[in-house]
Design a protein around this ligand. Sequence first.
Ligand SMILES: *Cc1c(COP(=O)(O)O)cnc(C)c1O
Length: 800
Amino acid sequence: MFSSKEEFKNVFLKRLEMMYGKRFEESTVRDQYNTLGNMVREYISQHWIQTNERNRAKKQKQVYYLSIEFLLGRLLGSNLLNLGIRDIVEEGLRELGIDLQEIEESEADAGLGNGGLGRLAACFLDSLASLNLPGHGCGIRYKHGLFDQKIVDGYQVELPEQWLRHGNVWEVRKEDLAVEVSFWGKVEMSHINGRLTFRHVDSEKVMAVPYDMPVIGYDTKTINTLRLWSAEPAKTFPIHKSVMQYKRETEAISEFLYPDDTHDEGKILRLKQQYFLVAASVGSIVRAHRRQYGHLYELHKHVAIHVNDTHPVLAIPELMRILLDEEGMSWEDAWHITTNTISYTNHTTLSEALEKWPIHIFRPLLPRIYMIVEEINERFCRELWNRYPGEWKRIEEMAIIAHDLVKMAHLAIVGSYSVNGVAKLHSDILKKREMRLFHEFWPQKFNNKTNGITHRRWLLKANPQLSKLIINTIGDKWIKEPEKLIDLKPYVGDASFQQELAKVKRQRKTMLARRIYEQTGVVVNESSIFDVQVKRLHAYKRQLLNVLHIMYLYNRLKEDSSFSIYPRTFIFGAKASPGYYYAKRIIKLINSLADKVNSDRQTNEQLKVIFLENYRVSLAEEIFPAADVSEQISTASKEASGTGNMKFMMNGAITLGTLDGANIEILEAVGEENIFIFGLTAEEVLRYYQNGGYRSHEYYHYDKRIKQVVDQLVNGFFPDAHDHFEPIYDSLLMQNDEYFVLRDFASYVEAQERVGKEYQQREKWLRMSTVNIAHSGYFSSDRTIQEYANGIWKIQPIDG
Ligand SMILES: *Cc1c(COP(=O)(O)O)cnc(C)c1O
């Protein structure tokens, strides 16, 4: 479209005047942003249409990735980059006196997700399109994404997020493709032509209206689609409810993202959201397929439906319902098609996160779906009885419905052809422990797909300085083939490369320091070690361990005048779920510690603590490039994979971590001399849980350092905290420290000492940093998606 910046400028100015009826000189940043967004959309519209036409014409298998979350972040910058027009646009705008970066920063993050799970879905979309694979996202168009976090007096305050306030240039509303979704009511059975048939009657209808967003691949013609569903009143209103109430309840379905990471939310609205997503998505997938093929008997040969965690698992009974009730298929045919269409990713083994719905909530809301789940369960239990006659205990443990609960993970395993974990360790724990009985029954269903991140957003876009250095050193092949980053290996000891790498890191630290000053008013030492822990706040992620270590350092600096450390800046970013009171106390603790440490003239040359509020994708893009140390310190066995760890590694930070999730695979990639590992292994942790034997008191009494910092939580050391840290103190001593914070403390301190020492060996550190970057290509989501495409979905790239 624009092959030169002159051409771009002309089109841009004309378009801006047309859209806003004003001259460029009078335009606002938002006008400019919208103009640019519209130009991009117009630019890609032909390719978008062609991608869809080509998919239909070639009759190739397509995948639909169903996810209750898509944590996209900002889209203008990555779209320009993927289209290869970012430089022309930037230069053209500069000549008009406009800063592209300022325009990009005016875009609100699309924050339709909580953390890792939602961000994974977003990275997968980028990789699917960039690999020319026919794969589309299906999600919910929440009016409000994850809450905005403000820190007031050290406490988290949540504000409603409003990403749609100024509209969304990337979406296209497609009212003609709306799907009706039914709730409540009852099921009528009757015999028609000797066949038992089911009718869902007296139901309440909701209209699901799709908003399509283009997913633009890097240097490809493929434009896939992210279809986000919005809930609106249907044409027919229910008679037993006031119009107002019906409208309010309907719109509530797509109003808010649940701000909960790992706890099973036992709310009717949450189940409504899940079925809404599934019914709308499967409905539109099936409608398109029927239109092209006339029947659904070969659906599984042309369509793969992937469910991201258990939230969209009702896709299984929903597809069964369509095949049975609408298509009139036999149970056997419908089951064959369904179980060859659906695949499932497990994201966690934390028991509080395994979804279980009480029947008394499920059955009235979704009466026909519940009947089908019951039938699936009965047939499955019969199959188990034949295989394990008399083993009623085993069968009870594996049943989908037991003790008045519907176990969504069991439904997912029974109704899909593939079950994958998200890192080697996690997949092993699934097979050997959490889902052991299912693995015994269906060993071939289980597999591993280690998570990945899109190196285009997290390196090329977020860190242009490092990208440029890499391109100058080994060329740009790695952008399309990230494993080519290994070509950096010969440069690990190269003096001039090291010098440039140090310069880039320093530049990014300066930039982050500026951001820190803007947001907190604290001046940090740019040559200190930037030691970063950014992720959701959770007890198992152990931000507390990090905090206790900082308190220990502070105490030593205060008490022992011969003790000194290389200057450190500890940086935190984390949102806590609004109802997770313990996590919110930890946020307060970090902020109280920051106040204390940063204002102490005796120590603040060596020690600073920063809490950056409102951690989100766009802020993350500023943080990862500036990090020296990547804190990945979860209790071993608890973090299924982690993906933040990969973003840090790719930007040259060194991991300080436990043997958990993908940290283990990072260790395997870089070797033990290029990572700092500490703490219990997963096996040791699981053995403790099984056999007991851990007494946190002992560690408290025998390690003076521990006793001191734990006492400081409640002895007035934090004058502004009153009794606010008592729950934290209690968790460590009264509740026997479920996450082994005190158990791993000494090991962590020792690892941190090594970090401090090795950082000062500049040449060695830069060598480690380079090794990490060089081996990070494996953790690109391009590799992950290629494995899903070959191993699970059996889809091929579309070319030409
Ligand atoms: C990558 C990412 C996460 C996941 O981080 P983990 O350290 O793997 O938990 C969460 N939030 C945002 C904004 C991210 O970019």
